[in-house]
Design a protein around this ligand. Sequence first.
Ligand code: ATP
Length: 206
Amino acid sequence: MAVSGPRIGVFGGAFDPPHKAHRALVEAALAQLDLIELRIFPTGQAWHKDQALSPAQDRLAMARLAFAGFPRTQVDAREMLRSGPTYTLDTLRELQRERPGAQLVLIIGADQAASLEKWHGWQDIVSMAIIAVAFRAAVAGAAGQGAPRILPSPPPGARFEQLDIVPTDVSATDIRARAARSDDLSALVEPAVARYIEQHRLYRTP
Ligand code: ATP
């Protein structure tokens, strides 16, 4: 059930690699959502991603580089340490046990929000956490900048907030393709992440 205690932000992703839009999302969340803390969760085996992900240790290292320096923010590796598929619901339940009384705020991009009803235990998720939705360029355009229409019939008590970000169509998919062509990534990822990709020769095969 939603509570009104201090708000903890929860932001998960494959972060393969983490990019500027992820950082914009974190920056906006810290500025707009009144969070005492923001936890970032690189996924283990993401149940909803088709492609094989880069090794967990690489994605974790890049996430630490990408999100270093944000106040009140920490990268939490627990989903990578869990065996089996990664479910956001399990993470929210663990956090709720660890921080009773806190209000969890799940931060997702609009593309993820559009398929929220396919998430494992989505009804429990929306009853446990406020869902803060950030819009990507294409989706914001299609939605006409209107209020977020997340679920056709949200369960009673579900709470949604809109996260305003400067829309950008940066995606990890595009960055991996560019890395495979040895393109310059400096406009898309943090310099330390670009160096990591280069040094570890990630994404060399398309
Ligand atoms: P891929 O291209 O491999 O699917 P991605 O760029 O979507 O990856 P993820 O790690 O899957 O990156 O994303 C983590 C979260 O960040 C998701 O909630 C996703 O919706 C959100 N996100 C990613 N890119 C953007 C963007 N350009 N604008 C808004 N949200 C974004």
